[in-house]
Design a protein. Structure first.
Length: 78
């Protein structure tokens, strides 16, 4: 198992993002980061729960209706 934490990965990726900006001012970063992380999180959890939305919602700590809305938003429903 890797000793790199999820937090470390996020920090490293954000540092790279700022390097790539090359001095340009970022905009709406909070929304950008949340949307960028949310889609793969939902995708992986849905795979791990074999598409069981009730179980996925439980794992994520969110309401099943909220999960379904987010799956639609991210175009993750089959």
């Amino acid at each position: 198992m890797s000793k790199t934490t999820l937090e470390d990965c996020v920090r490293e990726t954000l540092a790279e993002y700022f390097r790539d900006l090359d001095g340009a001012t970022p905009n709406a970063m909070h929304d950008m980061v949340l949307r960028t992380v949310e889609k793969p999180l939902l995708d992986v959890v849905m795979q791990r729960t074999q598409g069981n939305q009730s179980k996925a919602a439980e794992w994520l700590g969110i309401n099943r209706n909220t999960l379904r809305r987010k799956l639609v938003e991210h175009q993750l429903l089959q």
